[in-house]
Design a protein around this ligand. Structure first.
Ligand code: ATP
Ligand code: MG
Length: 671
């Protein structure tokens, strides 16, 4: 608390009304939130369990929780909520699932799962529309984030295409409900609609969360803002911090205008601006300021630093993408040797996830340990989740979540109303779905094709389970994936044949590890059966999630989007080329401003050194193309950058030298 500057301290001490802290990168916004939680507990006597701080990523939430935990005495931090919006929503849904009409133990469909479902629904009903599942998914997500129901979406549809998408939206929601599942957007939307419809529930939560703090406020969408507004209610004691220059999620429905809306909705809003940056050297900060100055501004902000000037920013041209990845790996090893820094002091940032692949190969070749943040871990891949669901069902047919996950994977044409009826009957009988299918009583609720199909499914399942106990289980399991034509299904549901193959290979890898577990202690007293092996895999799944949370000495690899809020001593940003950064889609949509903000976020992650790389040529669809260096490179202050590898300034410098020689020659010749 003592190191806070006067403005920061003012922000921490202001607790009597709504407060907005609006300030540039590295000015201590997140620090204000952390200090304020401690202040609220220690000085204002507010219980930690009555405070909620919302951040944008799990990583940020974890870091904040750790920091607050250290500052507060152990027991004082008890019950404190520090989480992402999505996790808070998840908690609310968990506690209120009955009111919302969900059964306990509901599943969450991540983006991959949701896309698979949407793609499948479209194959069935709209295969001829030529529409991409990803586009429909985006439309549905946008509707949800704008709080529009399928009916509202349909009534607003401007053309046939939107009409079709609204139809898929409706069906998609019905399936989700039948699967007892929610998607990511539901995690926010469901609590909001619940609060709108049930004042008692809202009252309960308003009394529970008496003080709310929100980080990265500029990236909230309409539903998230609504959630904040409902939770703070008329009491309106909250602190939100943000930076409009770091708004980089408008493509996911974020509304930076929520900053302006706040003033309208809370006329007594107090505004505090912070101007001192405590993160970067002066050159890095100056570069960030110069770049972002090219965007129009609603709020004028100044940002200064009294740190050292620091090293010049390096712009490195590399021959091609291979050379680029290799150069970065080499630079890291070199720098580490010379300067005795840790691997974890480095971050490599890029525009798109696919850019990490080559980099990973080179880092492995140089034996540089690295950690991919925000990528999908093995057990979070949708094909692995499918396979795990099958394995779980084989050892426990009553696992309802697993049952629902794969009842239509691959497609078995079991419709939502069949699943709904089966679910209702199972609830009534208080038994699992698998058991319910066989009961005679079900026939009063479900007849005809629907009944036939679910019975065929459980019959098949029972058979496979039996064979697992009588024959070699791994052979049976392999046979099972062939029988259900899972590979064909992956081909139908992947972006490319290559992707489908890769996904199938993941499944075989999983089954191989199962075999290894079974073989390990075969014939000894420690020999395990298939049940135990699968249980161990489930545990490993949980272990992997935990491991991800551990801090080790590894280079950080992540997208620019995922780097928001974080800081690293040494930062590389790669792929500074037109059509990569700025991204081609954004150039086409003339949305350069958001790309520039992304660049600003990237630059401002660096504390001490910053290097920007690009490839002079790269392969695209198997063809070599010449690249154009990113326009953002020209927006950097000329005097503060050095070009290496034959890039722009190299050329210019050579020309300068050439001119100088010519001039001196002329001098020599006497004019
Ligand atoms: P971003 O916009 O990137 O999220 P931010 O505004 O949240 O940045 P912080 O991450 O809170 O900034 O702070 C940036 C760095 O400055 C951190 O290392 C933090 O510990 C440090 N810092 C913040 N306030 C002070 C202060 N008053 N004195 C010294 N260091 C500070
Ligand atoms: Mg921050």
């Amino acid at each position: 608390m003592s190191r806070l500057n006067p403005r920061q301290r003012e922000a921490v001490h202001y607790v009597s009304g709504p407060l907005l802290v609006l300030a540039g990168a590295g000015s201590g916004k997140t620090s204000v939130i952390t200090s304020k939680i401690v202040y609220l507990v220690e000085q204002c006597g507010i219980k930690a369990r009555n405070i909620a701080a919302l951040t944008f990523t799990n990583k940020a939430a974890r870091e904040m929780k750790e920091r607050v935990g250290k500052l507060l005495k152990g027991k004082d931090a008890k019950g404190l909520t520090v989480s992402t919006f999505h996790n808070l929503g998840l908690n609310i849904i968990r506690q209120e699932h009955k009111t919302l009409g969900y059964k306990s133990g509901f599943t969450i469909f991540d983006a991959e799962d949701a896309k698979a479902l949407i793609r499948d629904l479209m194959m069935k009903d709209h295969a001829d529309s030529g529409e991409d599942a990803a586009d429909v998914q985006m439309a549905i997500s946008n509707w949800k984030n704008d709080m529009l129901s399928p009916e509202q979406a349909a009534s607003r549809a401007k053309d046939e295409r939107e009409q079709m998408m609204a139809q898929v939206y409706k069906l998609y929601n019905r399936y989700l409900k039948a699967y007892n599942a929610v998607d990511f957007d539901d995690l926010i939307l469901l609590p909001v609609t619940l609060f709108q419809n049930s004042p008692e529930t809202l009252d309960k939560w308003q009394n529970k969360l008496r003080y709310l703090l929100v980080d990265e406020y500029q990236d909230t969408n309409i539903t998230q803002y609504e959630l904040v507004k409902m939770l703070v209610g008329v009491r309106a004691t909250f602190t939100v911090v943000g930076d409009d220059d770091q708004s980089i999620y408008s493509w996911r429905g974020a509304r930076p205008e929520n900053l302006v809306k706040l003033k309208e909705d809370f006329p007594n809003l107090n505004l505090i601006k912070l101007e001192q940056n405590y993160r970067s050297t002066r050159l890095i900060l100056n570069a960030a300021n110069k770049v972002i100055a090219n965007n129009p501004h609603v709020f004028e902000k100044a940002l200064w630093s009294d740190f050292a000037v620091g090293d010049q920013i390096r712009i490195i041209e590399c021959r091609n993408e291979d050379a680029e990845a290799e150069r970065i790996a080499g630079e890291i090893l070199n720098f580490k040797l010379k300067n005795k820094v840790d691997f974890k002091d480095f971050a490599i940032l890029y525009r798109g996830n696919h850019q990490s692949r080559l980099l990973e190969i080179k880092l492995q070749a140089f034996q540089i340990p690295y950690q991919l943040s925000g990528g999908t871990s093995f057990f979070a891949r949708s094909e692995i989740k499918d396979a795990m669901a099958y394995l779980r069902l084989l050892i426990n047919p009553e696992d309802d979540a697993a049952f629902l996950r794969i009842i239509n994977v691959p497609r078995r044409e079991i419709g939502p109303s069949t699943i709904e009826k089966l679910g209702n009957y199972a609830t009534e009988r208080d038994c699992g779905l698998y058991q319910a299918v066989d009961e005679i009583g079900l026939e009063q609720h479900l007849t005809g094709k629907g009944l036939e199909k679910v019975r065929r499914f459980t019959h098949w399942l029972r058979n496979t389970t039996r064979r697992c106990s009588q024959e070699d289980p791994v052979t049976v399991i392999k046979q099972m994936f062939t029988d259900i034509e899972y590979e064909e299904w992956l081909h139908e549901n992947s972006n490319s044949p290559l992707q489908a193959e890769r996904r199938m290979a993941n499944v075989w890898y999983l089954i191989d590890s199962l075999q290894k577990m079974l073989d390990k202690d075969k014939g000894t007293a420690d020999e395990i059966g298939i049940d135990e092996a699968v249980t161990k895999l489930v545990l490993r799944d949980m272990l992997e999630q935990q491991q991800e949370e551990e801090e080790t000495d590894k280079v950080h690899l992540m997208t620019l989007h995922a780097s928001k809020g974080l800081e690293f001593p040494h930062v590389f940003i790669m792929g500074l080329e037109e059509e990569i950064l700025p991204h081609r889609a954004s150039i086409e949509e003339n949305n350069i401003e958001e790309e520039r903000r992304l660049m600003y976020v990237g630059i401002t992650r660096a504390k001490k050194t910053l290097a920007l790389t690009y490839a002079g040529s790269r392969k695209q669809y198997g063809e070599k193309i010449e690249t154009i260096p990113s326009r953002f490179l020209d927006e950097l202050p000329e005097d503060d950058v050095v070009w290496e590898g034959g890039g722009k300034n190299d050329k210019a410098a050579n020309q300068e030298k050439g001119k100088a020689t010519l001039a001196s020659l002329k001098d020599l010749m006497g004019g």
